[in-house]
Design a protein around this ligand. Sequence first.
Ligand code: PLP
Length: 399
Amino acid sequence: MTVTDPPPDALPAALTATVDLDAIAHNVGVVRAAAGADVIAVVKANGYGHGAVPVARAALAAGAVELGVAHIAEAVALRNAGLDAHITAWLHTTNASFDAAISADVDIALSSRRQLALVVDAARRLGRTATVTAKVDTGLNRSGVARDEWADFADDLAKANAGGAVHVRAIMCHLVRGDEPDHPLNSQQAERLDLAAADLARLGSPAEVMHIANSPAALTRPDLARDLVRPGIALYGCTPIPERGDFGLVPAMTLRAEVALVKKLAAGQGVSYNHQWTSDRDTVIAVVPAGYADGVPRLLSNRMRVQVNGRSFPQVGRICMDQFVIDLGPDGGGVAEGDIAELFGTGTDGAPIAREWAEEIGTIDYEIITGVGARALRQYVGREALGAETARDVAAAQR
Ligand SMILES: *Cc1c(COP(=O)(O)O)cnc(C)c1O
């Protein structure tokens, strides 16, 4: 027996995250229509856990015009996968490979004069012009050029632009309260960015495009859209403002696991570590091979439900690293080993959506979907999922 036969990728997976690329495409359309602007599809963090390359392809095919990620390494990986759309990367450490970004024609969003100086050095060394975005801190006080540094940064940027080391493609900022659409800070941040853009124009290095809006703002504040919007979470079908409904978005990921074991449990017996649940009757339990290493939060122990064969069953006892237990009831609920348990999905079949988990433990669905672990095999359905190109991407993403 050799290790390559069969290839590890072809072995059956206990846990699958099925991503519906038609849902991604639909959600691009929803955001675009609401914003009245073109879409930069944000595919950082492996496409919010969905697989950056297939999601990027589906989003671009559905009309998104650019891609956005946090790290240069993420952007270069998309390039290497053959995506030739404009890609912006906006979070860099001092050891970031600006050389690699410039060589791969990645738009580098700059948050300081130090970063700009490093990019100018790299561009000169390579004999190339770096494409850059001015990332302005208009109040988030996180990344972006600090307000007290802006004037000097703008001067440096204009000089670098005039000298040919950089080309100023865009100017951007990120909202503090995008999910509170009526908060006055949203408009104030936009005004501050407009002023910064005017500074660059006055210095002779105007930005070609401006973008501000994340998902919640793209869906509710078309007046802030400017040239492009930068949605992430909405593309994956999670509403960024639950109080305002789902905006017609369709969740793209369904997380499923095969029931690994079914067995009887006598009344009075405890289940899983520290026996945090004890059955008050003779019952039947099942083991589901998904745990906190796979993104099922341990905090959900005894607080979640799972759907098998169209029926809902409570999770009982501690959620472990690799597995948890569900209580099938005295009659076993008609569940057999090999049946498929749905952990979360689209919400149309009675199973929970990711937000149900998030709300139960006081977090947001962003954390749930991005937390789905590498062990869950990503599978793609919908548009182009069966195309040779996508199949290759999927294989590459699994390696
Ligand atoms: C993550 C991110 C986005 C996308 O935010 P969503 O709330 O997921 O739409 C947009 N812009 C920046 C700078 C980000 O870091």
